[in-house]
Design a protein around this ligand. Structure first.
Ligand code: FES
Ligand code: FES
Length: 155
């Protein structure tokens, strides 16, 4: 079945079964490779994208329910002022190690800052709890979120 998806501000067509998870459509059909496959069962956050501004696990969202929701991936997040600031902070603090989880981390961090421009440590812990990092870059992630929010950071 043909679906029209609004991804990073463009309407793209995908001819797939309706129960195909968005992550597979993005990567295998549309060639948008930023969102990563980690667990496939909404447990790791590597596949996180924004759907109408909310951070969502694209591995667990069937494409048929999306309609014209606005989907943003790591490839498009820098188009917003908040996303750009987050990417700059990530780069400045050299957050990534292997990098595999980082697209998902940036998507969750950007959604947090869009909602709460000055998050507390508890806000950060809550918002980022579902994004795992096997390289344990958590300290730098927190510092980068603080930096992007204009708060003092010790990193
Ligand atoms: S791949 Fe989607 S949450 Fe792990
Ligand atoms: S940087 Fe390697 S998994 Fe997070």
């Amino acid at each position: 079945m043909a679906f029209k998806l609004n991804v990073n501000g463009k309407v793209l067509s995908a001819d797939v079964d309706g129960d195909t998870p968005l992550l597979w459509v993005l990567r295998d059909t549309l060639g948008i490779l930023g969102p990563k496959y980690g667990c496939g069962v909404a447990q790791c956050g590597a596949c996180t994208v924004h759907i109408d501004g909310a951070p969502m696990r694209s591995c667990a969202i069937p494409v048929e329910g999306l309609g014209q929701s606005k989907i943003v991936t790591i490839e498009g997040v820098g188009a917003s002022a908040v996303g750009k600031k987050v990417q700059q902070a990530w780069s400045e603090l050299d957050v990534a190690q292997c990098g595999y989880c980082q697209a998902g981390q940036i998507m969750s961090a950007t959604a947090l800052l869009a909602e709460k421009p000055k998050p507390t440590d508890a806000d950060i812990d809550e918002a980022m709890a579902g994004n795992l990092c096997r390289c344990a870059t958590y300290t730098r992630i927190r510092a980068a979120i603080k930096l992007a929010s204009g708060q003092k950071t010790e990193a």
